[in-house]
Design a protein around this ligand. Structure first.
Ligand SMILES: Nc1ncnc2c1ncn2[C@@H]1O[C@H](COP(=O)(O)OP(=O)(O)OP(=O)(O)O)[C@@H](O)[C@H]1O
Length: 256
């Protein structure tokens, strides 16, 4: 579905100096596939997601969706950021339906679908609350519902659980997997957490910084539905160890 071919991205800073954020990145994401991206800070993970979202353009190579070049945001794609970015003055229901309203895509049953989605995410009864009346985890669930209501074929998630405490984060990971299993859209999920990446993904893309490149793609052969009980399994440990070796091995090598 999504194809990145030899993608490079160079930014020009305010002082005129160039930063090569990505070099020669090639990656495919199949329909319904869950792909996680891990790597040290600054290795271009967010840039990669923003290129796929059509929010920034490539400097080299190409990004395509169903064979068509991605040059602007597309209706098939939705994005979730680290901060929930909810509208503070709008209640939960209006927040969730806001993008569809904006795009003129409200249907007669959109509000019902939104309520059903909120219920699945454990937010039944909170439709009329304002964001400030919700916990951080609940706000992020609203943001995820907002993305899912758009029925995207591709969901881009940039450290969506990064601002949450460890317990909420585990709960949200399992919740996301449930929602994903019911809908099966393609997911590109950026995280700093290796266990989270292994738990969630079919494949984990490991990136290295300066410039950002793909150094490995690890297939996770754990059965689904997944749970944190699998963390002790040989396959989980094998995947985590292999990813860690790339990230910390390279860091240690640079420090030497
Ligand atoms: N708009 C921009 N202008 C200039 N440089 C940028 C811009 N966006 C990103 N960069 C640079 O590109 C590199 C990659 O940044 P990016 O945010 O994609 O990394 P990341 O892997 O997502 O980092 P983190 O894990 O810390 O969020 C960094 O060196 C960053 O400073």
């Amino acid at each position: 579905m999504i194809r990145l071919d030899g993608v490079g991205k160079t930014f020009r800073g305010r002082d005129g100096a160039e930063v090569e954020a990505l070099r020669d990145v090639s990656l495919n994401v199949a329909e319904g596939e869950f792909v996680a991206i891990v790597g040290a800070s600054g290795c271009g993970k967010s840039t990669l997601l923003r290129l796929v979202a059509g929010l920034v353009g490539v400097s080299a190579g190409g990004v395509s969706l169903d064979g068509q070049a991605v040059t602007a945001p597309r209706a098939e794609t939705a994005m979730v950021f680290q901060a929930a970015t909810l509208l503070p003055w709008a209640d939960v229901l209006r927040n969730v339906t806001f993008p569809l309203r904006l795009m003129g895509r409200m249907e007669r049953d959109t509000e019902d679908k939104a309520r059903a989605l909120l219920a699945t995410a454990g937010l039944a009864g909170f439709e009329g609350r304002l964001p400030r009346e919700l916990s951080g985890g609940m706000q992020q669930r609203v943001a995820i519902c907002r993305a899912l209501l758009q029925e995207p074929r591709l969901l881009l998630m940039d450290e969506p659980f990064g601002a949450l405490d460890a317990l909420t984060r585990e709960e949200m990971s399992i919740e996301l997997l449930r929602l994903w299993a019911a809908r099966r859209m393609g997911v590109l999920f950026v995280t700093h957490s290796i266990p989270e990446a292994v738990l969630l993904a079919d494949r984990v893309v490991v990136m290295s910084p300066r410039p950002g490149r793909i150094v490995d793609v690890v297939e996770v052969a754990l059965p689904r539905p997944r749970s944190f009980d699998q963390e002790g399994s040989d396959e989980f440990q094998r995947c985590a160890r292999r990813i860690r070796a790339h990230i910390f091995g390279e860091r240690a090598a640079r420090a030497a």
